[in-house]
Design a protein around this ligand. Structure first.
Ligand SMILES: Cc1cc2nc3c(=O)[nH]c(=O)nc-3n(C[C@H](O)[C@H](O)[C@H](O)COP(=O)(O)OP(=O)(O)OC[C@H]3O[C@@H](n4cnc5c(N)ncnc54)[C@H](O)[C@@H]3O)c2cc1C
Length: 425
């Protein structure tokens, strides 16, 4: 099979890229392949679906803020049910954390809608929250910090990441794009630009380029091959010597549905739904959010030091990780979690670019790589897809949703110009 553009990976970044490339080139043949039976089944549908525009990096802000606008447009004006709920994104902070990052918060507040709540307001609005741990030996042992401030991102919340990926698929198919599910890519096809039909090509003296992929359904030749294979990208790119600039790290979600968590669904004045926002605790990057469609609460923890880089074939949530570990922090700040056990859990991987925690969109001859989303690929998906499509079109700038412009090479490697993100979860 021949096509103009072959996209490997039907995750959120592959589907967004495929859609924007096809939109810009209606007459071209764009084909998406994935080894799963549908879109988003890698890591995208496993996501917490949280989105925020509170970032220290201007680059991240632009990518996320324009994608949020796109998601609101997709649901509000285009009528796709992607479950966007602006429940807000609340960072709970100790005095030390808040004043230590004061400059950063002021900068963030200068460009994104943000509210700072003091301890009094937090206690009034969130009776379920413990803000003080005086003479609490366990809290001292756990190194828990008091809660003195809350920083609330207003244009933030959660989206159904599975539905969002499927919305891109629908848009893409509507333009005449093609998908081949149940198709495994086993390798990239490397060829010389000028083929001489000599065994062993390409030789070092030949200009080589990617010309498609070998798949379980045969070779697919393509003018441009987009590698958007998420944490599996290095398996395809390592053999041909192209760096994916990311390493996989396991991430787990535990879901709870219990009447004892009702207080989290009755919180006044933080969002229009009267629920807790997506909330990040002051300790250990523990976070949770209400999932309103099923009246449940999803909890995750972005553990760092001690959580190795590794790629598991079939990652599962570790029960002891919740009960023996995260639970102690969570139930101290929110005692309503006391003795509540998860009803469901699952696990996936972040593709972490440890250098600046920002995505990478770069090209090598015949190929574009879109990845290293560093745990925030859902909330930046539309902007990343537009940057990849602009790179494919040979443009220097991409137009993000809403008209803001973005220098394509900023997400590349050679002329990368991206401010390192410090508000990483
Ligand atoms: C537990 C968890 C919570 C998260 N929470 C958030 C959050 O709150 N907000 C947020 O913005 N982001 C979050 N993320 C990150 C987000 O999910 C990712 O950044 C995003 O899904 C990356 O999209 P992707 O398209 O690059 O990867 P993927 O969705 O993994 O897509 C890659 C696709 O490539 C396919 N593929 C790979 N290799 C091959 C091959 N050889 N042949 C055929 N197909 C192949 C896979 O099947 C897969 O479908 C979370 C991630 C996890 C794991």
């Amino acid at each position: 099979m021949d096509c103009d553009v072959l996209v490997i990976g039907a995750g959120i970044l592959g589907m967004s890229t495929a859609y924007h490339v096809k939109l810009a080139n209606p007459g071209s043949r764009v084909v998406v392949v994935d080894w799963f039976g549908g879109p988003g089944q890698g890591n995208s549908a496993k996501s917490e679906g949280g989105f925020r525009n509170l970032f220290t990096s201007e680059t991240n802000f632009l990518l996320a803020d324009s994608t949020i606008d796109w998601m609101l447009h997709l649901e509000g004006e285009l009528g796709h049910h992607i479950g966007v709920s602006r429940i807000g994104y609340l960072f709970l902070l100790s005095e030390e954390q808040y004043s230590g990052q004061r400059g950063a918060w002021d900068r963030i507040g200068g460009r994104a809608e943000m509210r700072v709540l003091d301890r009094g307001e937090l206690e009034e609005r969130i009776p379920a929250l413990v803000t003080r741990f005086e003479e609490d030996e366990e809290a001292e042992l756990l190194g828990l910090r008091d809660v003195d401030y809350g920083v609330l991102g207003v244009k933030c919340g959660a989206v159904d990441a599975d539905a969002l990926t499927r919305a891109y698929e629908e848009l893409f198919l509507g333009l005449g794009g093609e998908v081949r599910y149940g198709t495994e890519v086993t390798g990239l096809v490397l060829k010389p630009e000028m083929e001489l039909e000599i065994p062993g090509e390409p030789f070092v003296w030949q200009d080589a380029l990617i010309r498609g992929a070998e798949t379980s359904g045969g070779v697919i030749e393509a003018e441009t091959t987009v590698v958007a294979a998420g944490v599996w990208s290095s398996r395809l790119m390592d053999p041909i010597g192209v760096d994916s600039h990311m390493r996989p790290k396991k991430r787990q979600i535990f879901a709870f549905k219990d009447p004892r968590l009702e207080p989290l669904f009755h919180v006044e004045g933080l969002n229009e739904f009267g629920t807790m926002p997506l909330t990040v605790l002051p300790k250990s990057n523990v976070l949770f959010r209400p999932e309103m469609s099923e009246g449940s609460v999803w909890m995750a923890c972005a553990d760092d030091l001690g959580r190795g880089f590794s790629l598991e074939d079939d990652p599962q949530a570790e029960e002891g990780y919740y009960t023996d570990d995260v639970y102690h922090v969570l139930s101290k700040y929110f005692p309503c979690f006391g003795d509540v056990r998860p009803m469901n859990s699952w696990a996936g991987h972040y593709a972490i670019n440890g250098f600046d925690e920002l995505p990478v969109v770069k090209s090598v001859p015949g190929m574009i790589y879109v990845g290293a989303a560093s745990g925030s690929g859902i909330m930046k998906c539309d902007a990343i897809g537009r940057v990849a499509a602009a790179l494919h079109a040979g443009k220097e700038e991409a137009e993000l949703f809403g008209g803001r412009r973005f220098r394509v090479s900023d997400l590349g490697i050679h002329q990368r110009r991206a401010e390192r993100e410090t508000l990483v979860i």
